[in-house]
Design a protein around this ligand. Sequence first.
Ligand code: PLP
Length: 452
Amino acid sequence: MYNEYLGRQTQNNTQNVLRSDDIKYLWHPYTDIKNFERTTFPIIKHGKGIFLYDTEGKKYFDGISSWWCVNFGHSRHELIEAIKEQSASLQHSILGGISHPEAIQLSKKLAKITPEGLNHAFYASDGSSATEAALKIALQYWCNIGVTNRTKFICLEDGYHGDTLGAIGVGYVETFHKNFKPAVKESYRALSPNCADCPFKKEASTCNIECFTSMEELIIQHHSSVAAVIVEPLCQGAAGIRIYPEEYLRRLAKLCNQYEILLIADEIAVGFCRTGSMFACDRAGISPDIMLLGKGLTGGYLPMSAVMVTDTIYNSFRNNDGNDRTFYHGHTFSGNPITSHLAIAALTLYKDLNILEMIQPKIKQLKNGMEEIGKLLNNSYVSTLGMIASVHLNKESGGASRAKRIKEEALSNNLIVRPLGNTIYLWPPLISTENELNEMLSLLKDAVKKTI
Ligand SMILES: Cc1ncc(COP(=O)(O)O)c(C=O)c1O
């Protein structure tokens, strides 16, 4: 397709034609159209390792793993081969009433690596659709066992579980979702564990998870009408990389257990080694009733997501005594053979490359580097978790508007980052080498210095 443009145009003219056709025909997600049209935005043509290359041959560090998913970087041959291999033998066959080996094998592997008890995989298409499926599974579970009044959800303020209406109902971010609020089913919202701006003015050394009281009160007050609590374990990503203590999750799991509320852990962003453990729930030593997986499940090569559930939940969906308990939910591409085969290859790669061990020294490197950047920004609050590192720019350092300028400077320095409000962060591919990490950190530091 690109060659088609090249064929008709001179090299220089090609960029202009692509840009004007983009502005004319393409609608970009999460993009301010007016601003976008004024910029000479990169048009990415190919990727290799942790780099993206635009049509002009300019090379960019992928500092956010292309929206938190390309854990193995770009053009990883094992993953490309998996796609090719499977598309040559069976590109699609449904899971409604029939099966195929790829989905069977993948489900078995996922049951093995996810926390204990999550033995069944239901496949969706992307993160948002996994959230929708999980919420419906939770609602129907209670109906299946004859409890009809458990129809509400508890979630965290500023949580994010996708952009579909059901997902917004449990994960409202004001800037993203305010226009849709009237159409959304409301949930009970517990205080966000926002350590960068602790409402109790606590620091790590004095914190006793005071913010958990809000969750506790909601559970105690409303448990009899609540189907499930849903959280992003350990890191509220889209809210601005709010990293919170493992103890919060442990208390939550205990309380959900005590009040017989289902716990849904949305590991779409943080699953698959990102936190320094296979799953964030592993770090806290908890096993939720439902776990959501996406993004890194396929190494970010094709969209696929999974909802893992316990035996108790799964078995409640068996038709019994003449009662229809079928889960009437599915997507055309649920458990597609290509994405399933690809996910199996990605799971093999996590193991073969020994990703968990490989990233340990880099976790420290990233933390140290980001702490230096925090110092340059008026000692702004730095939070890190595994291969996620963020600085929350305080007012004195310029807050959200400075963060925006840093992003622009970084881009002109060939580093792709995207601030979330006043938070700038790195979420690098897990295969980044020490040198590459150093370069990313120093490009970010340069961008910070240039925006003083
Ligand atoms: C925690 C979490 N859940 C769900 C989603 C939605 O995933 P998708 O963008 O694939 O719909 C995201 C996306 O960033 C996410 O971070």
